[in-house]
Design a protein around this ligand. Structure first.
Ligand SMILES: O=C(O)C1=C[C@@H](OP(=O)(O)O)[C@@H](O)[C@H](O)C1
Ligand SMILES: C=C(OP(=O)(O)O)C(=O)O
Length: 452
């Protein structure tokens, strides 16, 4: 992977660090202590933007995340004729009531798995229009087939423009019939979320049968929760094995979005590593976002969590505990966070059941194994996970492979080891453009090197 080139075209106007080649991170002089507020959740933001755009009437969304993923989502919706006004982190959207106003064009969705999987069904379900949807280099390599096949079975007019199973795709707004559809959830929960979001616009009810398990099933619950907030009629039980959606247009809403639980954990991991304390003032443990359960993993490693009313606090420990095996399937965006702090535990940590993250922004199991090995840490890589042994990482230079979670996780190692160098740190703008500023504010030393 040595001659890897990031796709800089996917960096948006909300990205930072455009001309930064390397971020060098070094430890704080004392434990990381701080009170922080974290930007809005990518998952809630892109769902709410897309559903509000399709809805009848006006929606006002507060606490919106401003990052590459949400920028390209808004950009695409505007290309479809949706009126969107942005004031700081508040967005006002005039919904198109099921009928996109601009009926042709090429829609560029950047690297956002959410937009790539949530929008095609709503394009196909609309009343007329012909579009091409394409993504960044990494998004164009991520799987789409399970979703597209399911939508086609419901009558959606979607064709692959280049390679079967991948973006770019061509879509026609000719409506979707509805009926019964079987779908697999083992590669991505986003396929099921995308199918659900579109199903409210089918001619007759849609019954979705999940033929296996859903990786990160909580994201499907977030989808159902938000659909219901926008007035959808859905029936499901806790197992999510069968979900029925009745035809019913979304109605515009005023919604306060939650902070991003995935982002929060980088700051909790800093407290964990340095025996410090970090309090997050705008998220509580009762969120539906699955990554909140990483707090429980940190507790298992010897940290203490205070689950307050409207806040969360994590107190670190003098020595992180290892010697355990864990399935990260239900919160797999935190696999790299755990892998980055694992060398500092007092025993090996084995992570299982995350084969699907090889198909995220990068081959995440392969990339983190490569980085840790380069740092001199003993790693055993398996198809569905890895085992990391305790050790003292060497300060080397690692590529972020255009993956925000690789860059943010490597920065954690810089809390313990002076001079960890991260190539192309700008990829953090996919979900957290302010990441390096924020870790500096809580005490880490960050040196940004610009392109010569
Ligand atoms: O629906 C969502 O908002 C997400 C679902 C998950 O994806 P997969 O189910 O594809 O793993 C997660 O990794 C991603 O960051 C956000
Ligand atoms: C997998 C991720 O993103 P996406 O929404 O593009 O799937 C992620 O944020 O870790």
């Amino acid at each position: 992977m040595e001659d890897f080139k990031p796709d800089l075209h996917a960096r948006s106007e909300w990205a930072t660090l455009h001309d930064v080649e390397v971020a060098e991170v070094s430890p704080a002089s004392q434990p990381i202590n701080g009170r922080i507020r974290v930007p809005g959740s990518k998952s809630w933001t892109n769902r709410a933007l897309i559903i509000a755009a399709m809805a009848e009437g006006t929606s006002r969304l507060s606490g919106v995340l401003k990052s590459d993923d949400t920028y390209w989502c808004i950009h695409t919706l505007r290309q479809l004729g949706v009126q969107i006004e942005i004031n700081e982190d508040e967005v006002i959207i005039e919904g198109v009531n099921g009928d996109w106003l601009k009926k042709d064009g090429t829609l560029y969705i950047g690297s956002a798995g959410t937009t790539a999987r949530f929008l095609p069904g709503l394009l196909a379900a609309s009343k007329g229009g012909r579009w091409t949807m394409e993504g960044s280099t990494s998004m164009n390599k991520r799987p789409m087939a399970t979703l597209i096949t399911a939508l086609q079975e419901l009558g959606a007019q979607i064709k692959y423009s280049e390679e079967d199973g991948f973006l770019p795709i061509q879509l026609e707004g000719k409506g979707i019939r509805g009926g019964v559809v079987n779908i697999s959830g083992k590669t991505s929960s986003q396929f099921i979320s995308g199918l659900l979001i579109a199903s409210s616009y089918a001619d007759v009810p849609v019954t979705i049968r999940v033929v296996d398990h859903i990786v990160q099933h909580a994201y499907v619950k977030i989808t159902l929760d938000l659909m219901e907030q926008f007035g959808a009629r859905v029936e499901y039980d806790d197992s999510l094995s069968t979900i029925k959606v009745y035809p019913k247009a979304y109605k515009g809403q005023d919604i306060q979005l939650e902070a991003d639980a995935s982002t929060v954990n980088y700051f909790f991991a800093l407290a964990a590593l340095t025996n410090g304390t970090v309090r997050v003032d705008n998220l509580s443990y009762d969120t539906l976002q699955p990554d909140i359960q990483f707090v429980d993993v940190l507790e298992r490693m010897g940290c203490t969590a205070i689950k307050g009313d409207g806040f969360l606090e994590l107190q670190g420990t003098a020595q992180l505990k290892g010697n355990f095996e864990i399935s990260m399937r239900e919160m797999s965006d935190q696999t790299l966070t755990l892998a980055a702090i694992a060398p500092f535990a007092d025993g090996p940590i084995s992570i299982h059941e995350v084969a699907h993250i090889r198909k995220h922004e990068s081959d995440r199991i392969g990339v983190i194994s490569e980085c840790l090995t380069k740092m001199g840490i003993q790693v055993e890589e398996r198809e569905d996970g890895l085992t990391i042994y305790p050790g003292k990482p060497l300060a080397v230079e690692c590529n972020s492979y255009d993956d925000h979670r690789v860059a943010m996780s490597l920065a954690l190692i810089g809390a313990k080891v002076a001079g960890v160098r991260i190539l192309d740190p700008g990829c953090i703008s996919k979900t957290c453009p302010t990441f390096f500023e924020e870790i500096e504010k809580v005490g880490l030393q960050v040196r940004l090197e610009k392109n010569a």
